[in-house]
Design a protein around this ligand. Structure first.
Ligand SMILES: *[C@@H]1O[C@H](CO)[C@@H](O)[C@H](O)[C@H]1NC(C)=O
Ligand SMILES: *[C@@H]1O[C@H](CO)[C@@H](O)[C@H](O)[C@H]1NC(C)=O
Ligand SMILES: *[C@@H]1O[C@H](CO)[C@@H](O)[C@H](O)[C@H]1NC(C)=O
Ligand SMILES: *[C@@H]1O[C@H](CO)[C@@H](O)[C@H](O)[C@H]1NC(C)=O
Ligand SMILES: *[C@@H]1O[C@H](CO)[C@@H](O)[C@H](O)[C@H]1NC(C)=O
Length: 397
């Protein structure tokens, strides 16, 4: 959508004005009509096809200095994500971001049910770019999928500081990894390079052999660990959210309305990117242990195409359903496997070679699975489990 910086700025200013009206309208118990930007109260006589009834969905886009940049994510963030997949992240870094050095890789036990379920991640730094990197690998193998499914379904969400609720299983895994060394390594690097930017990234394994028919309720680890990490770092004072960049790819819902609102209000640069009909970001709607709806924090970037170089995207003016990508009914697993027209797993397995051409998706991304959404009731949303790729970038200015 941001055709030019000037147009983007105008849109931003316009939406800031309407957002104020929208908040006031909702506080007064009305609905805000998006067709004419007017408050329509709650009378059913006035017809409005597109209206907003949650403050989190009042129209707005990030300010110009936090505007989304496709090229940055495509060429600089993806290698950081891919490197987390490897036991030797330096191989990917050498090929793609040669001045970046891996510092330490850590593993932690990440399951109360299985002893072979590990979380892993690495820290790194780049003295040329003035960066510190923290990248977390996502779910790994059948036992971990089962653990996420089981604990995700049975144990619901837990309070996170005083800013809302997050999915418990991810919170547990975040703590295992963070207190298993990653947090300490990051503290060390921040002490050594106090004025460096920090990027934090995480991903799930996107192996096609994990393409089994496994019913799971929208719990994908990399996404949640990244979001929780960004919030944890902000809430413990490691970084101010204004100095962070949060980027999530194919992220499932894992936070309640209050957390989503808090994150949206406090992180000016936070994007979760959705590829076409990717099913993962559309689930789950509901935590049926605690009986609460789950929401995405802002801001959605939706590529309803193959995500090739130069393909367009939408910066969603609303935070979550029923807008932008969540209007789509046909969901897709292949779309979840491929972001930025890359088979990231295969690319990482080969050490992230410079020539990306050989690592385009092998099969088309047009295959769709039909998926019945069960909106707003107490039954969990079932779907085929694949994976999400997630990155959080912390930008210390
Ligand atoms: C909407 O309805 C509620 C209760 O039905 C009422 O208290 C409130 O005043 C109404 N708000 C508007 C803007 O009509
Ligand atoms: C993980 O658990 C195994 C036993 O199940 C133990 O031997 C190992 O030391 C644990 N690893 C960590 C990092 O705690
Ligand atoms: C999940 O909940 C079950 C049942 O309430 C409990 O027995 C179990 O210890 C919990 N597991 C975790 C990892 O929180
Ligand atoms: C959630 O709803 C179910 C079914 O209506 C109920 O059994 C359960 O006690 C509720 N849980 C909470 C935390 O309110
Ligand atoms: C959704 O799926 C149906 C059935 O396969 C198909 O007819 C329709 O064109 C699809 N719509 C989109 C937008 O892909």
């Amino acid at each position: 959508m941001p055709a030019s910086p000037a147009a983007y700025l105008l849109l931003h200013l316009f939406l800031r004005l309407t957002a104020k009206t929208c908040y006031e309208c909702l506080i007064d118990g009305g609905q805000f009509c998006l067709e004419n930007n007017k408050c329509i109260g709650n009378s059913t006589e006035i017809k409005c096809e597109k209206s907003v009834d949650l403050s989190i969905n009042c129209p707005s886009v990030p300010a110009l200095q936090y505007a989304y940049d496709d090229e940055f994510v495509r060429y600089t963030v993806l290698p950081v994500i891919a490197a987390a997949r490897r036991p030797d992240p330096q191989v990917c870094l050498d090929n793609q971001l040669p001045t970046m050095k891996a510092f330490k890789r850590r593993e932690a036990n990440c399951s109360s049910l299985f002893s072979d379920v590990k979380c892993a991640g690495y820290t790194g730094y780049d003295e040329t770019r003035k960066l510190i990197v923290l990248s977390i690998r996502g779910s790994h193998g059948v036992h971990q999928y089962y653990d996420l499914w089981k604990i995700g379904n049975q144990n619901g969400t837990i309070p996170f500081f005083d800013v809302g609720r997050v999915t418990k299983v991810f919170h547990d895994n975040f703590e295992s990894l963070w207190f298993g060394g990653l947090g300490e390594d990051l503290h060390h690097l921040i002490k050594t390079y106090p004025d460096f930017e920090i990027w934090v990234g995480g991903q799930t394994d996107i192996q096609t052999d994990n393409f089994f028919q496994f019913q799971i309720t929208g719990y994908s680890m990399g996404a949640s660990l990244a979001l929780i990490t960004s919030a944890y770092m902000a809430l413990t004072g490691m970084s101010h959210p204004h100095n962070m960049k949060v980027i999530l790819l194919g992220c499932p819902r894992c936070t309640d309305y209050q957390f989503a609102m808090w994150h949206s209000m406090n992180f000016p640069y936070s994007y979760h990117i959705i590829h076409a009909h990717d099913y993962a970001p559309r689930v789950p709607f509901f935590d049926n242990i605690d009986n609460i709806s789950l929401y995405h924090p802002r801001t959605e970037v939706w590529y309803n195409n193959e995500m090739k170089e130069g393909d367009g995207y939408i910066i969603c003016e609303q935070a979550d359903q029923p807008f932008c990508s969540s209007q789509i009914q046909n969901l897709s697993t292949p779309d979840h496997m491929h972001y930025f027209n890359m088979d990231i797993t295969r690319w990482a397995d080969h050490g992230c070679p410079k020539n990306r051409e050989d690592f385009k998706p092998i099969f088309g991304t047009h295959q769709r699975i039909i998926f019945e959404e069960e909106k707003g009731n107490s039954s969990p949303v079932n779907y085929q489990f694949v994976l999400a790729v997630i990155t959080v970038l912390f930008n210390f200015i």
